[in-house]
Design a protein around this ligand. Structure first.
Ligand SMILES: [Zn+2]
Length: 556
């Protein structure tokens, strides 16, 4: 997902109006309803079964903005559960037409606006099982994709049909029936068969399996992805595409298939842009995060009618084949100008969001904070640490601290849009505390190895950092993830005596701070005044700007 600039600026203005009230009150002011709970919580009709694979077949009707199709949901009962009611999510105005279980039609009822309860009746005691859900209707159409999701029925520059979907946050159930909770990905991947006019090409996740010619000038194209995949990442692209292939020799020694799909009239512009930055991206990210996590499914960039999205092994690209974020440098430092923002950011998500996914969208900072930081690490790898520092300090200036970056659990609620810049700022802050880049890199490699193809909670990520760094990081995580105040390091310096403390923070906030031109001093700074003797020559201005706190000299 991408930072929504204009909209958030407007929002932050209104939020400053209401920040008079304490922050927590602000969070609780968001009203959640029963649909949010049905969507955001793993209730009894969801928790007894584990999704193994989705087998989707859809036929979009471009002119009437309708889709019809089916999803074969392969699942495995958890443990010895005897439950027989399944909650399937499919958002209005789409509707379920029928559900088949072991060749019999079974009954189902709607619960709330977007959930359906399927009565399986007497369930077979199989290891694995499946149901087929047939559905149809007019899916929600996206007004401002990818930020507000839905289906996209549009025309390309030559007036030809162009279709796709973007649905992070809103959820995949906006266009197909599934268990729409991030914690349960189809362990064995998914296939997607799209029936459309055979004059159009269909692209989707993974590898193309088949193109079948059908009557009536139609064809059915099937793509299949074998690795676990987020529901919101399963996406078709339908249009007048041209494509070229390439390969990348991975550090693992394996060769990764690269495949690029753009509208036929953009092939010339796209080729140099994609070829240059995709390989630079893989080189940097395999260095910092380890091998591309979906080797079997390959890596793809697919031109989309919206700016971009991290669709696993079929990344959506709409940045106009130019560098920067639509030509601009988000950091304002110049270090964001020499690479294609969408290729780098969305590809960073293959590691953080797709390889490592959060159970609850309330922890989406793990997706966006780490991926925003992947931009910093891309710059670090290709332009050096100083450039990375400057870029990170530049994006930090965009943080609004309107509300905590962790959202409300169990109700499909994202945290503040600060999860991008502040998530990255916090990681750079921790890197500065650690002051050991080989260990820091080890942690990023370790995260992708130890949480490979897994879903996680913030707590697991916190514990991992605390264990690996051996630093007292919990107060730091609490301050930057769960609060909105940015600590102020107040200090006075007089006749070789440095007095220091933190203000504008949680009362139990504390952290080690290195100072001295050779980092000779490592002080534990808390909210209580402390004192240390330090020669002026060693002290002045040696507290790194890579720490994300404000420094304030006071006269005592
Ligand atoms: Zn993102």
């Amino acid at each position: 997902m991408l930072l929504k600039k204009a909209f958030l600026l407007l929002l932050s203005f209104y939020l400053t109006l209401i920040t008079a009230t304490p922050i927590n009150a602000q969070v609780n002011s968001t009203q959640f309803n029963n649909d949010d709970t049905l969507r955001g919580t793993l209730n009894k009709d969801r928790s007894w079964w584990n999704v193994l694979r989705y087998q989707l077949t859809i036929e979009p009707d471009f002119l009437n903005k309708e889709i019809k199709g089916s999803n074969i949901i392969h699942f495995a009962p958890a443990g010895k559960s005897t439950a027989s009611v399944m909650q399937i999510d499919l958002q209005s105005p789409l509707k379920i037409d029928s559900v088949i279980y072991h060749d019999k039609s079974v009954s189902y009822n709607k619960k709330g606006m977007h959930a359906w309860l399927i009565e399986l009746g007497k369930r077979k005691r199989n290891e694995t099982d499946s149901i087929v859900v047939y559905y149809s209707g007019k899916p929600k159409v996206a007004k401002n994709p990818p930020w507000d999701g839905g289906w996209i029925f549009t025309y390309d520059k030559k007036g030809r049909p162009w279709m796709t979907v973007a649905c992070q946050g809103l959820g995949a159930s906006v266009w197909y029936p599934c268990k729409d909770h991030q914690s349960d990905e189809p362990d064995k991947g998914a296939s997607i068969k799209v029936i459309t006019a055979d004059s159009l090409q269909v692209v989707a996740n993974g590898k193309r399996e088949a193109i079948e010619k059908l009557s009536g000038g139609k064809s059915a194209t099937t793509w299949s992805v074998t690795n676990p995949i987020n529901n919101y990442n399963i996406v078709p692209y339908i249009g007048k595409y041209s494509n070229w292939e390439d390969r990348y020799k991975s550090k693992t020694g394996k060769t990764l298939d690269l495949s690029y799909w753009v509208l036929d009239y953009n092939i010339e512009k796209a080729t140099p842009q994609f070829n240059r930055d995709t390989k630079r991206m893989l080189e940097a990210f395999e260095y910092w995060f380890g091998p591309y996590p979906f080797q079997e499914d390959g890596f793809k960039l697919v031109e989309s009618p919206h700016l971009g999205m991290e669709h696993q092994s079929a990344i959506a690209y709409g940045n106009g084949f130019s560098n920067g974020y639509r030509g601009r440098d988000l950091s304002g430092t110049g270090w964001g100008k020499d690479w294609d923002y969408i290729i780098i950011h969305e590809s960073g998500h293959e590691w953080f969001a797709n390889n490592i996914t959060t159970n609850d969208i309330a922890d989406m900072w793990v997706h966006e904070g780490f991926t925003m930081y992947s931009e910093v690490l891309f710059i670090d790898y290709h332009y050096g640490k100083k450039a990375a520092d400057a870029y990170c300090q530049g994006i930090r200036t965009k943080i609004r601290n309107d509300r905590p970056i962790i959202g409300q659990y169990g109700v499909n609620n994202e945290g503040s849009g600060d999860m991008y810049n502040k998530g990255a700022g916090m990681l750079h802050h921790i890197r500065t505390m650690l002051n050991n880049d080989s260990l820091f890199r080890e942690i990023f490699l370790g995260l992708n190895r130890d949480f490979y193809h897994r879903t996680v909670d913030t707590k697991e990520i916190e514990d991992y950092f605390i264990k690996k760094t051996d630093l007292p990081l919990q107060p730091v995580f609490n301050q930057y993830l769960r609060a909105t105040k940015i600590p102020v390091l107040e200090y006075s310096y007089n006749q070789g005596q440095l007095r220091y403390r933190f203000t504008n923070c949680d009362k139990d906030f504390s952290m080690p701070v290195r100072l001295g031109d050779q980092d000779q001093f490592n002080i534990i700074c808390t909210t209580e005044w402390k004192q240390i003797e330090i020669p002026a020559s060693v002290f002045v201005n040696t507290i790194s700007d890579n720490y994300y706190f404000t420094k304030k000299r006071v006269e005592l």
